[in-house]
Design a protein around this ligand. Structure first.
Ligand SMILES: *[C@@H]1O[C@H](CO)[C@@H](O)[C@H](O)[C@H]1NC(C)=O
Ligand SMILES: *[C@@H]1O[C@H](CO)[C@@H](O)[C@H](O)[C@H]1NC(C)=O
Ligand SMILES: *[C@@H]1O[C@H](CO)[C@@H](O)[C@H](O)[C@H]1NC(C)=O
Ligand SMILES: *[C@@H]1O[C@H](CO)[C@@H](O)[C@H](O)[C@H]1NC(C)=O
Ligand SMILES: *[C@@H]1O[C@H](CO)[C@@H](O)[C@H](O)[C@H]1NC(C)=O
Ligand SMILES: *[C@@H]1O[C@H](CO)[C@@H](O)[C@H](O)[C@H]1NC(C)=O
Ligand SMILES: *[C@@H]1O[C@H](CO)[C@@H](O)[C@H](O)[C@H]1NC(C)=O
Ligand SMILES: *[C@@H]1O[C@H](CO)[C@@H](O)[C@H](O)[C@H]1NC(C)=O
Ligand SMILES: CC(=O)N[C@H]1CO[C@H](CO)[C@@H](O)[C@@H]1O
Length: 886
């Protein structure tokens, strides 16, 4: 038995002597879906290894390193493999080392989000290889969840709970097989955002709404956009508006272009990453406004013209006008323009009508605008009762108030009580504009009609007569009554007089006779009751008549005498007899001069000067006794301002036949400077001769009518500039340029200003004035086409007359060797009163003639000596030098 045991033992030893060792451990040092890397200790450098798995055998020949690394490839993912590793040396093989291990499972590829809610996302994917041995893990927001799976179906559904609304989540899904995890599949998705909590319609009108809501908030501070869908009818498709939010917590949005009086449905969506919320639903109505104001543009007795502005200038509105009678008139809003107008006709005069204007859109009707108005009246058809102090009328319909106004009194205003008008204590004879009014409110007062009514005037009082016309007439006198009287009609013995004053002198009556005098006042065509008085003419008239006869005889004799004496002197006096004439006239303290001059005093007195006396012209005269005669006055052009054509200036004849060689004018007043320049311009005058100073002995004689210095001054439309000024001892010569601003025409005017002549008097000697006249004459001769030469002093008669006479007489002397002084002064006085105003000026004229003859050294201007008018100033200098040498 021992022997057998030994044999068995030997056999075992022998067998073991022939067997090889197995590796004692294999480690998986790397693992992928398709490979496993194994590692084991090398037993002997001379050994090889054989690895057997799934019918495959890998041979690792005599590895030289201490540890063997071997990668098994081409494996399937997520699979458990069983391996047997054999040790091989020559013909010997070990019994084999068994182990198993798993490859990395695959990732899930298509993960669908099959349902999405505010707080949940439902995911779905297919099981890998439909293998129920795999597990799945979902990792998000730092949590890791093993997904429960059902073996029965090939796909996995999983709803991720407890999420935040409107948030983007990142997920990783892992596959697990026997504790080996796949690399993980990443995806992200968003939850549905929340709706707004509420929407406020903060403002709405007919066509727009103003909406407002608080933004949707969340823990992640995500910002959302909004889309507002709206429609007025469920059959319509939605209109929408996308609203992008900024930093504010309140969103304000206006939806416009809406239709009035319409219910709109709105859905407000919150938008996040193209995912929109469920939508917040609400409804609201647009309004339907009324027309605010209907204007009554024109009223007559039967018609009212109304108009209103189209509401919001929008043609969508229609209108209905409803009259209080129930009559309805429709208007369409789709007409041209922004205004609708309509004339309501066939109305009754003076009647109040009420209306309501409704706005209509799609058969919706506004609450309506009420208005009322009243047709006008015909004042002429009212039966007015007018006395000298009252105006009354009855049965006045269609007015609430009446006013009466005349030019001198304040407007009176009375209510119309019980259809009656009653004004008392009015102004007799006055013309009243009576107006009827309908007052709806304090600010809405409508004029119904107007009528002018004249009250009867009062009768005159204290009608009585005074003697007149030596008994052949009556001086009828009365007191004007209270009130307006245009004219008093006087009836004296059948003779009718219309008198606007308080007195009428009646002639042609018989002496010492009684007359019945009747006076009736008139205002327009209204008259007062007549008043009468009995008057007797002067019984002493017969005696007076005799006296008048003798007086007439004396006057006729005196007249013949005067006429005869005047005839004696009229006619030029030859120069060789002039000194003798002068001596004769000077005898007895100038008695001849006095008589001749006195005779001239009557010349021209009868000539009319009506224009000068008109009230509007009174202020244009410097002196009330120096007025321009109508026949010879200078007419100004009448400009648009309706100014009169009057200026205190007359044309003067000169030497020869020309009748308008000079203009004798008064020195301008402050108010007539512009007229003066207008005259100079319109008459084309090129010379102004001024024979006064502006101020003499503290009195203003003439307004300074030219600029003080070289700064231009505007007189009316004429701009006057002083271009030169040359002062000599007794005169100053100036040159003006006159620029007409209307036509831009420019002219030159010379100003000859004699400064050494006292008013009413004469210059100390004759020489200077004769020299001055020489300068003037030069200028006139050098500009033959010029208009009349303007000559003025203060009144424009004394010194002015003397200067014009001197110029004319010296020319006559030169041509005819004779002078007619009285003759020419008489001629001047038929053109302007008081020309050569004093006897001393008249004598001075004679003195000048004597002096030019006796004192031949005074140079007389010779014709054509200076062709150029500019030379006159040079001539003036020459004269001055001459003065000094003499
Ligand atoms: C796979 O190999 C590793 C390392 O060698 C080991 O820890 C694990 O248990 C093995 N897995 C299986 C299923 O035997
Ligand atoms: C495991 O295998 C992968 C792929 O072959 C390789 O990239 C990686 O380096 C290996 N890791 C180790 C520890 O050998
Ligand atoms: C095992 O081998 C067979 C045939 O060689 C092959 O079809 C099969 O896929 C293999 N199995 C694995 C798990 O590798
Ligand atoms: C085997 O693999 C391990 C770890 O990857 C490495 O440190 C070692 O050097 C490898 N040995 C050989 C012989 O390649
Ligand atoms: C191994 O076996 C082969 C054939 O079976 C034989 O020829 C050979 O000699 C053997 N080698 C050893 C060392 O036994
Ligand atoms: C969320 O899921 C849906 C459905 O699977 C997909 O169409 C969409 O692109 C995903 N969104 C994101 C942000 O990945
Ligand atoms: C992530 O998880 C934390 C803690 O569980 C939670 O407070 C937070 O709301 C979560 N965030 C999201 C986006 O779900
Ligand atoms: C998963 O959801 C789909 C529809 O999304 C459904 O047909 C299927 O039965 C669900 N599967 C499970 C296991 O609930
Ligand atoms: C260390 C060790 O056992 N080495 C052995 C490896 O195999 C050869 C031949 O079979 C032996 O000779 C060595 O002793």
């Amino acid at each position: 038995m021992g022997h057998v045991l030994l044999l068995v033992l030997l056999c075992v030893v022998s067998a073991s002597g022939q067997s090889l060792e197995d590796v004692d451990q294999v480690t998986v040092i790397n693992r992928t879906e398709f490979e496993l890397t194994l590692q084991w200790k090398n037993i002997n450098n001379t050994y090889s290894y054989e690895l057997e798995y799934n019918g495959t055998k890998n041979v690792i020949k005599e590895p030289a390193t201490d540890e063997v690394n071997h990668t098994v490839s081409s494996l399937s993912p997520g699979t458990e493999y069983s391996f047997t590793l054999y040790t091989v040396f020559e013909n010997l093989t070990s019994s084999g080392y068994n182990f198993s291990n798993v490859t990395v499972p695959s990732n899930v590829e298509d993960i669908l989000v099959v349902d999405r809610k505010e707080f949940e996302l439902t995911l779905q994917w297919k099981k890998i290889n439909n293998n129920n041995n795999y597990s799945y893990w979902l990792k998000y927001n730092e949590t890791q969840t093993k997904i429960p799976i059902s073996d029965a179906v090939p796909e996995v559904n999983y709803t991720v709970p407890y999420l935040s609304a409107g948030t983007k989540y990142s997920f990783t899904l892992f596959t697990e097989f026997k504790d080996v995890w796949s690399s993980g599949s990443n995806f992200s998705n968003v939850t549905v955002p929340s709706d707004v909590v509420g929407v406020y319609v903060v403002n709405r009108n007919d066509t727009a709404m103003n909406l407002q809501w608080n933004i949707v908030t969340n823990t992640e501070n995500n910002t959302y956009n909004y889309t507002l869908n709206y429609r007025k009818d469920s059959t319509e498709s939605f209109l929408y508006s996308t609203i992008y939010t900024d930093d504010t917590s309140l969103v304000i949005s206006e939806i416009s272009g809406l239709i009035p009086a319409t219910n709109y449905s709105f859905i407000l969506f919150t938008i996040f990453d193209d995912v929109r919320s469920q939508g917040y639903n609400f409804n609201n109505f647009t309004t339907l406004s009324d027309v605010t104001k209907v204007r009554v543009t024109h009223r007559t007795q039967t018609n009212l013209n109304i108009e209103w502005d189209k509401l919001n200038k929008n043609n969508i509105y229609n209108y209905t006008l409803k009259q209080s009678s129930g009559n309805e008139i429709p208007f369409t809003g789709s007409t041209e323009g922004d205004v609708i107008s309509h004339e309501i006709s066939d109305l009754k005069p003076g009647t109040v009508y009420e209306f309501t204007l409704y706005t209509v859109v799609n058969s919706n009707i506004s609450s309506g605008t009420h208005f009322k108005n009243v047709t006008t009246l015909d004042c002429a058809s009212i039966d007015w009762h007018v006395t000298n102090s009252s105006i009354k009328a009855m049965q006045v319909n269609g007015s609430t108030r009446v006013t009466a106004k005349n030019i001198t009194h304040d407007e009176l205003s009375e209510p119309v009580v019980q259809n009656s008008v009653n004004f008392q204590s009015l102004y007799p004879g006055a013309r009243y504009a009576v107006s009827l009014w309908y007052d709806f409110t304090e600010s809405d007062k409508l004029l119904q009609c107007s009528q002018n009514l004249t009250l009867a005037p009062n009768s005159v009082s204290h009608l009585h007569c005074n003697y007149f016309s030596g008994g052949y007439g009556l001086d009828v006198v009365w007191d004007a009554p209270y009130g307006v009287v245009n004219v008093v009609q006087l009836d004296v013995d059948g003779n009718i007089f219309n008198q606007s004053e308080n007195r009428q002198q009646v002639k042609g009556l018989q002496v010492a006779k009684w007359y019945r005098v009747t006076a009736t006042s008139f205002s327009g065509n209204k008259k007062s009751p007549a008043v009468s008085a009995n008057c007797q003419t002067d019984p002493t008239g017969v005696i007076a008549g005799v006296l008048v006869f003798f007086l007439l005889v004396i006057l006729i004799c005196a007249g013949i005498f005067l006429w005869h004496r005047k005839r004696k002197h009229v006619g030029p006096i030859r120069i060789d007899t002039f000194p003798e004439h002068f001596r004769n006239m000077s005898r007895d303290e100038n008695r001849g001069f006095s008589e001749e001059y006195e005779d001239l005093g009557l010349v021209g007195l009868e000539l009319p000067r009506e224009t000068a006396k008109l009230p509007e012209n009174k202020s244009k005269n410097r002196f009330s006794n120096v007025l321009a005669y109508d026949c010879s006055r200078v007419h100004l052009s009448i400009d648009d301002d309706g100014d009169s054509d009057y200026i205190n200036a007359n044309y003067m004849p000169g030497y020869g036949k020309a009748s308008k060689q000079y203009i004798a004018a008064q020195g301008p007043l402050p108010s007539t400077i512009n007229d003066f320049w207008r005259m100079v311009w319109e008459r084309r005058s090129q010379a102004i001769i001024m024979v006064t100073n502006c101020t003499e002995r503290g009195t203003i004689k003439c307004e300074q009518y030219w600029p003080l210095d070289y700064t231009p001054c505007l007189y009316g439309n004429l701009l006057v500039t002083v271009t030169s000024e040359d002062k000599a001892q007794s005169w100053t010569l100036r040159e003006f340029t006159v620029n007409n601003k209307d036509t831009s025409e420019i002219r030159t005017v010379k100003h000859f200003h004699f400064t050494a002549w006292p008013d009413h008097g004469v210059p100390l000697g004759t020489e200077e004035l004769i020299q001055f006249r020489g300068l003037v004459r030069q200028h006139i001769e050098s500009s033959p086409s010029a208009g009349p030469t303007v000559v003025h002093c203060s009144a424009g008669v004394g010194r002015t007359g003397t200067l014009i006479a001197l110029d004319v007489l010296l020319r006559q002397l030169e041509r005819e060797k004779a002078v007619g002084i009285a003759e020419f002064v008489q001629k001047m006085r038929l053109h302007r009163p008081l020309m050569v105003q004093t006897e001393s000026q008249y004598v001075f004229l004679h003195q000048c003639i004597i002096d030019t003859q006796q004192n031949k050294k005074i140079p007389m201007p010779q014709e054509n000596l200076y062709e150029n008018s500019e030379m006159i100033f040079a001539n003036a200098m020459a004269l001055k030098e001459y003065d000094q040498s003499s």
